[in-house]
Design a protein around this ligand. Sequence first.
Ligand code: C2E
Ligand code: MG
Ligand code: MG
Ligand code: MG
Length: 288
Amino acid sequence: NAKKQGRNRYFWFENAMESELRYRSEMEVGVRQGIARGEFVPYYQPQVDMGTGRVLGFEMLARWHSPVFGVVEPDAFIPIAEEIGVIAELSEGLIARALEDARGWDPSLTLSVNISPVQLRDPWFAQKLLKLLTASTFPANRLEIEITETCLHQNVAMVSTLITSLKNQGISVSLDDFGTGYSSLSQLRKLPFDRIKIDRSFVTALPRDDDSQTIVSTIAALGAGLGMPITAEGVEDEAVLAQLAQIGSFRAQGYHFGRPVDAAKTRDLLAAQGLLVAAHGDTHLAAQ
Ligand code: C2E
Ligand code: MG
Ligand code: MG
Ligand code: MG
């Protein structure tokens, strides 16, 4: 009987593996096709000034409008795109669309985009980004690149050179998900980041957890000391905002201010706040 059970378990395991493999290969095919068919779309989440609530910019967050899987979040497709070698193509397509969308926004607003560690290893990365900027006429000094702390496990010298060359072009670089990636303080000092984004796990836990209070305050002090302003992500509700306000006033992002939405909804949001510039087709009308 034990033997039979073992066999059953073996078959169960084999089936689970088979369906896992099938899912993987469907996803891989889907991602490739999705890129070709333009199914990947930029969503935007507002970043606001905590004190005034004023919108300062948006972070672009990728979504896959898949005819098979529905609306898919990035954690499910970015790793696959990285593995099958299409992340650069995917990302460049999204950035091009985002730069186009952002041309209609008020010139005070910034656009942040996430970059994969795979892209950072490409020696032509900065060049490619500049080409996209030139093609769109979106000003470099309104673009911010976000790289996650885990990227620093790669070559610190290489990342440092890249940040410097992007900064020389006017592009800002921020350190995303700070506090989760075990980067050392001496590394941080060597890298000329423009901004630190505190990982949302610490921020969302603020109302419940004393340790998070300490961690967020410490990161805020560190940022102040290094001359790197802070963005707090994961401001989910009034309680989190109130706790955060005890510590300081930061650029903030989270469901409390707005979830990521598509380009059209972003325009609606901006129109309501008078932060939309007239589209080229509208200038004639506006002049009348
Ligand atoms: P991230 O850059 O740290 O982005 C913030 C994530 O937190 C987003 O998840 C956002 O929807 C979510 N979030 C924002 N506010 C709140 C909140 O108040 N509460 C909670 N619980 N979550 C909140 P999302 O959109 O699922 O993206 C996940 C990650 O995927 C991003 O984390 C980023 O690392 C990556 N990603 C997204 N778009 C791209 C892309 O175009 N390229 C690359 N390489 N990575 C991307
Ligand atoms: Mg998500
Ligand atoms: Mg980010
Ligand atoms: Mg983050």
